[in-house]
Design a protein around this ligand. Structure first.
Ligand code: IPE
Ligand code: IPE
Ligand code: MG
Length: 268
């Protein structure tokens, strides 16, 4: 007999009572990657220091995870700290390190109860050891959850991830464990942070900026890009669902083409 399916708590409802849009299952993205941008501007617009914006972003993340679970997204990547964010003031960097640690500690039990597996994506180099420890504890606590994988991208950069993979391949080739001819696009995938991470389907960035800022470069090579104007602390699951509705309308061709001339007499 196969073991019983795990039972998880349902996430809390959106305060407005909003429910996810009814979309055909194949149109729901499997992997959504989110650039949680606009915290500093949100705070400064209110006469507050940038760090107040990061604090306000915690509830937005939790609501988006709840909404992702409700609509059936199985993989969600959250860009929390980039390899470029070390350029910020020492005060902001210090705040962000401590904040990542405390968000994980505060939210891990809730996420665990919802059936979310937390996986850290990022580089060890420079990252505070207390943050690494917290990330690893959250991974350990949630490792057997199967409802959704939440990739916490902390000290992640797409280029850094690719370069780190190349370094490991070169070392393996030198040791005779890999032959250069055996390296393919799909085998290279295995040298990135999490070999099991599916490609990104929907790449969502908030705050109106229209760039990828080095997020999951390899994995998002064919993602559909959706940019929304809301600053991250103003984001909730309804914004995510709107982006998924937009995604569901897209025609993903992956370089292919279908020849289907229309009848000009039929009008438009
Ligand atoms: C995103 O918000 C959070 C992090 C990069 C950690 P920002 O801090 O980039 O906020 P803006 O873009 O300056 O408003
Ligand atoms: C991207 O946002 C990084 C995160 C959200 C963690 P940034 O605000 O750092 O990116 P840029 O500076 O607009 O490219
Ligand atoms: Mg920003």
């Amino acid at each position: 007999m196969s073991p019983a399916a795990p039972v998880y708590d349902e996430p809390y409802d959106h305060p407005s009572g909003a429910r996810p849009p009814q979309l055909p299952r194949p149109t729901i993205p499997r992997h959504v990657a989110v650039v949680m941008d606009g915290n500093g501007r949100w705070a400064n617009q209110r006469g507050l220091p940038r760090t107040a914006g990061h604090e306000a972003g915690e509830a937005a993340l939790l609501d988006v995870v709840a909404g992702a679970l409700q609509i059936g997204v199985t993989h969600l990547s959250a860009y929390a700290f980039s390899t470029e964010n070390w350029k910020r003031s020492p005060e902001e960097v210090r705040f962000l390190m401590g904040f990542s640690r405390s968000v994980l500690r505060r939210q891990r039990d809730t996420l665990n109860a919802w059936g979310v597996r937390i996986v850290w994506i990022g580089r060890e180099q420079r990252l505070w050891s207390s943050v690494i420890k917290e990330l690893k504890e959250a991974e350990e606590l949630t490792r057997s959850n199967t409802r959704m994988t939440l990739y916490m991208c902390v000290n992640h950069g797409g280029r850094a991830e690719i370069v780190d993979g190349v370094r490991e391949i070169v070392a393996a080739a030198r040791a005779g464990r890999v032959s250069p001819r055996s390296i393919t696009e799909s085998s290279f995938r295995g040298w990135l942070n999490d070999p099991d991470m599916p490609d990104v389907d929907l790449f969502l960035r908030t705050s109106g900026e229209q760039r990828t800022s080095n997020f999951l470069l390899w994995e998002a090579a064919y993602a559909e890009l959706v940019f929304v104007p809301e600053l991250w602390p103003d984001v909730d699951r309804v914004v995510l669902w709107r982006a998924i509705t937009e995604y569901a309308r897209r025609d993903r061709r992956y370089g292919g083409a279908v020849d289907a001339p229309q009848d000009p007499a039929a009008g438009s």
